[in-house]
Design a protein around this ligand. Structure first.
Ligand SMILES: [Zn+2]
Length: 155
């Protein structure tokens, strides 16, 4: 990967602010050049459960990326033996920790996507499986893609 402006060689698209301009060069561009280079927003803004992204078109697909976090129940706070009694009652703490675990799985998936040179993940899904008693696997997966903005004036 070579930057169009400075000619520097980079290992992946991750270092690029746009398809051809590196992160270092981008701030030096004029407003019109920036407009023209119109890059997709940062990764987190470009993850979706849908298979298309409004205002962008998919230029390349890198296949399925996933993030897996395995948690034992003991990590889920101080719930321990009282878990069963809490169940059905106040499960806020439990759901918060699930949420945190999902977030970690999500982050892992995103970094795998970035490693492949993707700037978006589509069709994002979550899955949680109890692989053995007290051990839960949280899986987050999606399709890593490279997108580029279609006409900005369209919307
Ligand atoms: Zn550059």
């Amino acid at each position: 990967m070579k930057c169009e402006r400075c000619g520097k060689e980079y290992p992946s698209r991750y270092y690029f602010k746009t398809k051809t301009i590196c992160r270092e060069c981008f701030p030096k561009l004029s407003e019109t050049e920036k407009e023209r280079a119109m890059q997709p927003p940062p990764m987190h803004g470009l993850t979706t459960t849908a298979f298309t992204i409004d205002g962008y078109r998919i230029v390349e697909s890198f296949g399925v990326v996933r993030g897996i976090i395995v948690r034992s129940r003991s990590i889920f706070g101080t719930i321990g033996a009282s878990l069963q009694t809490i169940f059905g009652g106040n499960i806020t703490l439990f759901s918060e920790l699930c949420e945190q675990t999902r977030e970690e799985a999500f982050e892992m998936m995103v970094s795998h996507a970035e490693e492949r040179g993707a700037n978006a993940v589509i069709g994002v899904r979550y899955d949680a499986t109890e692989i053995m008693q007290g051990v839960t696997e949280v899986l987050c997966y999606g399709t890593a893609v490279l997108v580029e903005a279609t006409s900005t004036k369209k919307r």
